[in-house]
Design a protein around this ligand. Sequence first.
Ligand code: PRX
Length: 653
Amino acid sequence: MSDIDVLLQEHRLFPPSPAFRAAARVQDTQLQDAAASDPVEFWAREASELTWSKPWDTVMHWTPPHVTWFAGGELNASVNCVDRHIHGSRRNKAAIIWEGEPGDRRTYTYWDVYREVNLAANMLKKLGVVKGDRVAIYLPMIPEAVFAMLACARIGAVHTVVFGGFSPESLRDRINDCGCKVLITADGGYRRGQIVPLKRHADKAVAECPTIEHMLVVMRRRSGVGDEMAAEMQEGRDHWWHRLKRDVPRECAPEAMSAEDNLFILYTSGTTGKPKGVVHTTGGYMTGVSATSKYVFDLKEEDVYWCTADIGWITGHSYLVYGPLANGATCIVYEGAPDWPEKDRLWEICERYGVTIFYTAPTAIRAFMKWGASYVEKHDLSQLRLLGSVGEPINPEAWMWYHETVGKQHCPIVDTWWQTETGAIMITPLPGVTSTKPGSATTPFPGVRVAVLDSQGDQIGVGGGLLALTHPWPSMLRTIWGDDQRYIDTYFSKWPGRPDLYFAGDGAKRDEDGYLWILGRVDDVLNVAGHRIGTMEVESALVDHPSVAEAAVVGKTHDIKGQAIAAFVTLRNGFTASSSLRDELREHVAMKIGALARPDDILFSADLPKTRSGKIMRRLLRDIAEGRALGDMSTLADATVVDGLRAQYEAQE
Ligand code: PRX
């Protein structure tokens, strides 16, 4: 039986406990019912919970596939995340509790964050950044990363955060695509006891970034240690964060931003070799992330909330920064690896700060499972009351382990489906209302309309098909930076004549109870340890190596990472396959893109299976990589290629 069949035979049902329900923000289906009949009204009500400096004129205007929300309204995201909390009882509440990997700790109250964001905003101004400019952020998970994002938002600069694990080339391409003026980085960061030399990477990248005028560099190095991080500062271009901070005024008036002004660009992988800059705007995005944080995580004043995602991904943007801070929550931020110095690091942190809400990815849960329950059981996790999962399908076995070993059977699990493009959670249980099923993201969030469609665009009542969102929502992407046609083609052209249907790129099934089961990507996008990687990106990195003539990349099931990368490579004349060349190619991909894209397997082959018109048949390569029976081979130009590859693959395993 395939994994999917196992998943779909899951019938266990876990209702919220009466105690959880009785205290939950949402306890019945009224909210969902009202939102179902009038989603626009629902979102307008949620938007009105934000602080606006000017009210909007029109809630929504939809000319498919382009939308505006709250047109005419003005607000500032940093005011909503910080300023509005400093006048009342939250002024001295912890906003960020941070722990560095080596064990250093800092706590910032809302007042502290207010000061830091104002100072950082003035630093950017001093470097010449004005409203609408783009600023790249390439930082480890340190509090300054949050301050930098909010500082951009405060002055109306558009941030683009680049994950610290990306290579200099990936950083360069992102900076150049959107023409950033300033890059905010650090001398380095700590990861599994090692130092990630971010400034050196940044220097390499910026050497080929003509638009960068300045670099603002946070000193992460702890005094007396980490000299390996020593950064070379280029006079006039580079500025230490802590020094510049002394030279700027303490207060920075927030820019009044139109609801539809851009808040940030975040690059994500698609089906071509070039990542796309997903554009999010201010009013709609803030409405989406603030409402979902409140209802999905059932956020209460006294909660200690921890989303383990890195700010380099959308989950870090929406559920580590903008959503929880808009709700005045206390958030944990941790810099390093979950198994450093021991495999109980996360549970130690949960215990130390009394974490009540914990949001992580299935890939992490599967790693915890493998390491064993003893690491969890060593710690008192009695404060935990809600668990979340995001980023990839969670298999029922991992769900049950999370429920029993971490949640001690009393914490509801919210399995949340969404994407960089959706900005906020779209399909999820409401923890005080929904009975959950292990492996199912359950039902749409209030105000979100979802359909499972066949290739003609007809609704599938019960059964599998393509996942679509059928009504605009406030936090949807507005375009792809510099390429609106790609926006239209990728998301709104799947069903001809229906530019109102958003194609998510995922397969899904609806069961007899109306529950949704996400089946994974149906396009050439891989999900490796919860990170999106395009097969074409890895292929381009491989063919960039002088030995490679042609490459085809597919995903193969992996116990922990969900998917791993398998590459089939044909070499140019004069090069011979060897294990050292295999290692070299793996490193080449890591160097070009980042370690997250390093292939697990590389198979050298004289030929790749192609159709008569010369298209590589990835489907057959997936069958080979997964060790499955081969599918339809009737369109193959030369069937013997496949037999040869399979024999070779099995011999290598
Ligand atoms: O395939 C789906 C998977 O992650 C993709 C989106 O990736 P990204 O834009 O990087 O955002 C990840 C964090 C929101 C989706 O197309 N995905 C995300 N959440 C789930 C999921 N698959 C199954 N279940 C989920 N809960």
